[in-house]
Ligand binder design. Structure first.
Ligand code: SF4
Length: 236
């Protein structure tokens, strides 16, 4: 994840069945976009490093408003000494801060990681609960973090919307929704089922490396001919 969140209003249900209807032409365009992503990168993965569901939860929680690179740098050392809830609690908040103080919001994140580790020990026998409601109830784990974890582990297809996914979805006119939750709903509705688990990663990677915020690389974009925004940037 590793990017600034987009502000969101109170949420409704998101994993609900598709609502947005596409014309046959639009459906074909969307299918072709994802077909090309799949052809280029069949098995996209998070760039966050993790070794277990627990370390994935911690890495994703640390990545809010931070780059994956900065999180990986910190967790590479951290997970050598604290890769389970018990070891994290033993490390303690001050000890954890020593490992993550190069990451934004590190004090709050340290507090949350220790608190969630305690909860995992108290309620779940030290295991990570791999179920949405349980995950979302953990300190510092919101809907987006839970979505990333569940999707990454192949438990529940989810398209968490960060700033990259939001921008790319708008430029490609996959959604006009003004909020991340609205974009997520649209993406879940229009993304063909075989691509749903991977869509989050493809859109993030596309936004991170090609459809960047300033001066998107349209000339090198593998879906430029399918993008309604291309003309806006090619002449820029
Ligand atoms: S053509 Fe340009 S604006 Fe459209 S998706 Fe590609 S990089 Fe982004």
């Amino acid at each position: 994840m590793g990017t600034a969140p987009v502000k969101s209003p109170p949420r409704g249900r998101i994993g609900s069945p598709p609502q947005r209807r596409l014309s046959p032409l639009e459906r074909a365009r969307v299918a072709e976009i994802f077909r090309r992503f799949a052809e280029a990168t069949a098995d996209p993965r998070t760039e966050l490093r993790y070794e277990s569901p627990y370390t994935l939860i911690v890495a994703v929680a640390l990545s809010a408003q931070a780059t994956d690179v900065s999180v990986n740098k910190a967790t590479e050392r951290l997970f050598r000494v604290a890769d389970t809830p018990a070891r994290m609690v033993a490390l303690g908040e001050a000890g954890l801060i020593d490992f993550i103080k190069s990451i934004g919001l590190y004090r709050t994140k340290a507090k949350n990681v220790i608190a969630l580790s305690n909860i995992l020990l108290d309620r779940y026998g030290g295991e990570a609960p791999l179920e949405r409601a349980a995950l979302e109830s953990l300190p510092g784990v919101g809907r987006k973090t839970a979505s990333v974890v569940l999707n990454e582990l192949g438990i529940e297809p989810a398209i968490a919307v960060d700033t990259h996914v939001f921008r790319v979805s708008h430029r490609l006119k996959l959604s006009k929704a003004p909020t991340p939750d609205g974009v997520e709903r649209d993406l879940m509705a229009i993304t063909p089922a075989p691509y749903r688990t991977r869509a989050h990663h493809w859109l993030i990677l596309h936004g991170r490396y090609t459809c960047v915020a300033r001066r998107p690389k349209c000339a090198a974009c593998l879906i430029a001919d399918l993008c309604p925004s291309r003309e806006l940037f090619l002449g820029a």
